[in-house]
Design a protein around this ligand. Structure first.
Ligand SMILES: [Zn+2]
Length: 145
């Protein structure tokens, strides 16, 4: 009997395997550390929303490490550090479509920045379980920036 050695598996670097045909590793990774801890289940949901919206999503921020300067400025790390949050650059009718489709797919945490340049919509799927240290984590909320 010949001894068959298992093939050595290539180790994914910083989780570069978390991506698909709609969203690349480059878009989903932390712009500060390069880590990609984007949540695969949230990526699936985001992809369904993207397909239903039927316009390209320009992602300005996805996964953020707690070491990312934006997170470091906060009193505690926010939704992006869970890998279940994304900021999508859009305005006007695309912004309306994105919000309505996201809600139809069960998104209940939405941030709206629709002033001046760099308009975006934040959506996330964070729950109390993601932030056990926060009392009464707001699972249903809309905010502006
Ligand atoms: Zn955001």
């Amino acid at each position: 009997m010949t001894d068959i050695k298992p093939k050595a598996k290539a180790k994914p670097k910083k989780n570069e395997n978390v991506e698909n045909k709609y969203f690349s590793h480059k878009e989903l990774k932390c712009k500060h550390t390069g880590e990609n801890k984007f949540d695969p289940e949230f990526l699936e949901l985001l992809t369904k929303i993207r397909i239903e919206c039927d316009f390209p999503f320009a992602i300005s921020s996805a996964y953020r490490s707690p070491q990312h300067p934006i997170e470091m400025r906060k009193s505690r790390a926010g939704a992006h550090t869970s890998g279940k949050a994304v900021d999508i650059l859009c305005r006007g009718e695309n912004a309306v479509k994105l919000v309505s489709v996201a809600i139809a797919f069960g998104i209940t945490r939405i941030g709206i920045q629709q002033k001046g340049s760099g308009r975006f919509i934040h959506i996330d799927a964070c729950t109390q379980d993601d932030f056990p240290e926060i009392e009464n984590y707001p699972e249903e909320t809309i905010w502006s920036y």
